[in-house]
Ligand binder design. Structure first.
Ligand SMILES: [Zn+2]
Length: 126
């Protein structure tokens, strides 16, 4: 068992989630009454499918960052429920409380994150 309080992080993630949802609702204005938006903002759900449905009806590119964050938060809370929160998905090492305090949605330890980013930028250049 890791030396982290998953309740503490679940609470932080829940707060982040609530803030983002309020932000999205504000941004969306009249569109916030859209049934799909209600589903997105009222339930603790994986937003990927919802976003796919919504993209057919409205341009979501300006909200991409918020939607990605919401998805990351939902995934992190899922990991808390599964008991895999705070464990690096690549090397299974503990991620470290300091890093998690800074990025509660982190799913990789710092060294694996650096490798991942190098891979991504290499792909962009290539
Ligand atoms: Zn790692």
């Amino acid at each position: 068992m890791l030396d982290i309080s998953s309740t503490h992080f679940d609470q932080r993630l829940a707060n982040m989630q609530a803030e983002l949802k309020t932000l999205l609702k504000t941004h969306l204005g009249d569109n916030a009454s859209h049934p799909l938006i209600s589903r997105l903002t009222e339930h603790d759900t994986n937003v990927e499918n919802l976003v796919a449905d919504l993209s057919e009806e409205m341009d979501l590119t300006v909200y991409q960052r918020e939607l990605t964050q919401l998805n990351d938060i939902a995934a992190a809370r899922e990991r808390i429920r599964e008991g895999t929160f705070g464990v690096c998905v690549d090397c299974q090492a503990p991620i470290g409380v300091q890093r998690l305090e800074a990025y509660p949605t982190a799913k990789r330890c710092l060294s694996c994150q650096v490798i991942q980013e190098q891979r991504l930028s290499a792909r962009n250049i290539g």
